[in-house]
Design a binder for this molecule. Structure first.
Ligand code: ADP
Ligand code: MG
Length: 274
């Protein structure tokens, strides 16, 4: 699904990613572990096109999304991203948070269809052709209604339907993060990227967020998750990448990484966190 080839990222003189290569197959659950500052977040942000890589390629669905000439918005919609700090819009209600991206996306699609209709109309004038136009929902009401229905369905799924009209500031951290997760799901992503989704939570809320992520695992979602929850990584990951100083130092099955680490840096890191 995603092929990462010799990915490098510099911030000025600072080399943050020093040549990352890996392949993420459909249905895989990749856990990324490693010390703070090793480039884990930068790697995820490059995958999601939030950062321009300095060099290298990221082939997603056959297209190099690291190429600046590519329309990344088309590809980004297939990747859901969840951050440590939730990143909900605090001035919008829960349901508006969830509906925002799908409505925006479908409104853009609608604009495209209107434009196409315009050209069809002109062509019809010249060719006396009666080719049918695209069906257009001119008010966008249908788009909003569908997005709302989907948002409510997702809220029901996590038992927070009654919070639809609440503002994020009134929610617990665990609730905010679960809403951030379903907000990403509302776009029907092909892959979910999580950057330390439980690191900002009070300990008693970690479980509810991990449980939701586990549900996605069971549904076969492809995911990449940066985490300090080693127990969770062991339990759900199909593969663990250990990153250190901008490189993947070691990658293996959870059993391989946690029970038989090969690289001295992996051993040292694990001895501190396990
Ligand atoms: P991790 O997520 O593994 O803790 P990061 O990817 O956040 O690591 O950061 C890796 C390195 O890149 C750090 O030294 C950090 O200071 C630096 N860095 C990250 N983002 C930026 C940025 N936008 N500008 C400059 N330096 C950055
Ligand atoms: Mg980070």
């Amino acid at each position: 699904m995603i092929d990462v080839i010799d990915l490098k990222k510099n911030y000025g003189k600072l080399e943050v990613l020093k040549g990352i290569s890996t392949t993420i197959k459909k249905g895989e659950k990749i856990a990324i572990i490693g010390p703070s500052g090793s480039g884990k977040s930068t790697f995820l942000r490059c995958l999601n096109c939030m950062e321009d890589p300095t060099s290298g390629a990221i082939i997603f669905d056959g297209v190099n999304i690291a190429d600046r000439k590519v329309n990344i918005n088309i590809h980004r919609r297939h990747m859901g991203m969840v951050f440590q700090q939730f990143n909900l819009f605090n001035n919008k209600t829960v349901i508006d948070n969830i509906m925002l991206a799908p409505v925006y996306l479908h409104t853009q699609d609608l604009r495209m269809k209107k434009l196409k209709n315009f050209f069809i109309r002109i062509r019809n004038i010249f060719t006396n052709n009666k080719k049918t136009y695209y069906e257009i929902d001119t008010t966008g009401a249908k788009i909003k209604a569908e997005a709302k229905e989907n948002a409510l369905r997702l809220l029901r799924r996590i038992g927070l339907e009654d919070k639809a009209d609440a503002y994020p500031s009134t929610l617990s951290g665990g609730q905010k993060q679960r809403i951030a997760i379903i907000r990403a799901l509302a776009m029907n992503p092909k892959v979910m990227l999580f950057d330390e989704p439980t690191s900002a939570l009070d300990p008693e809320m970690v479980g509810e967020v991990l449980d939701l992520i586990k549900q996605l695992v069971d549904e076969g979602m492809t995911m990449v998750i940066v985490t300090h929850e080693m127990g969770f990584a062991k339990e759900v990951a199909t593969r663990v990448l250990f990153m250190d100083e901008g490189k993947i130092r070691e990658e293996n099955t959870p059993e391989g990484i946690f029970s038989h680490p090969q690289d001295p840096r992996t051993k040292e890191f694990l001895s501190k966190v396990l």
